[in-house]
Unconditional design. Sequence first.
Length: 115
Amino acid sequence: QVQLVESGGGLVQPGGSLRLSCAASGSIFPLYVMGWYRQAPGKQRELVAVIISDGRTNYADSVKGRFTISRDNAKNTVYLQMNSLKPEDTDVYYCKLTQRGTAYWGQGTQVTVSS
């Protein structure tokens, strides 16, 4: 089993920054993929950013140039640096790890962008 623990969410003003962290533990194998997704009430969960084991990344168009995903393989941790935050970035953010065809999710962390 794999456990994911997210942290770093909170309330921030428009234009501000937050950094989310997601630490993975348990039976983790090499070549896994980690990513961040977000979901608003009544809407589908959507991809924010993903990073694979060799460091390649992919971002949703809505966050390109503002968000940066990174990972520390030694710590099995993925980060999401969020800059220039907008009210429309308000959501619950979820961490996801995919390995050997199985996806694991974190419990989610609330990000609220409001003045």
